[in-house]
Design a protein around this ligand. Sequence first.
Ligand code: ASP
Length: 302
Amino acid sequence: MAKTWSLMIHGGAGELDLVRKHIDAQPYLESLQIILEYGQKILRRGGTALDAVEMCASMLEDNPLFNAGRGAVLNEAGKVELDAAIMDGKSLNAGAVAGITRIANPVQLARLVLVKSKHVLLIGNGALRFAKQHGSKTVSECYFITDKRLEEYNKLHTTMRIKENQKHGTIGAVAMDKRGNLAAATSTGGLVCKSQGRVGDTPIIGAGLYADNKTCAVSTTGHGEMFMCTVLAKHIADLIAFKKLDAASAAKQGINYLKRKVNGRGGVIVIDKYGRCSARFNTRTMVHGWIERSGEIHCKIK
Ligand code: ASP
């Protein structure tokens, strides 16, 4: 059994204009700290990377500060449509869901798809049916909608003049457990005022996340269309596989590639197979935190 473990989480890139909008960073940092402490407990006692990323992603979904689960952004019709995915780096198995309503924790449904379904990605009503068949509880659609999101929707959907830095936000977690197994999870409400039925990168394996014990675990956040067209999470894993880069160089080259190829904006968190952690973004902020190789907890917004 490997001696060390690592954990990283993020709460989205680009959304927070801390200075001009007088946003208090403290609640974000405190939330990251608490969630990392929970993840730490799982990984310290020898729990799996999959359990750790599912738990951390679920806690981020439950927290209305972040654009996933409760507090997710609203689409053009003022409704919530959620996407999530989880991937096991040991088996390369994955589960994903898209266009989800009425499931409080889409990442848990994605895990159910990973474990119980012969498919990788389920959408909309079919996914909801699958959830009910497996005993998942449903919530009312009002559960997800917070005052902050309603206000944002009312302000933006009439003009539809949405700045790039107002669109983003999502959550994700990557981990390496004591056995050296890697896992990644990502969950989102997508882009503010997105078209109905729009699915971004988050539930797309290789774009919004990737995990392979032979290389790394990656979770991305940002303008999803750009991450889909560059298959960015897998691109980063390939940089590690074929160019023998470490997490930091691969994350840096990945974000450079995103910018150069499609002028994309966003961020990534990466843990490589040695447990080295890296966060990289080309937006103003990315809410993120990490524990590298069983060390201290770090939380940052910039
Ligand atoms: N990538 C997500 C999407 O496009 C949003 C985000 O990460 O901010 O749906």
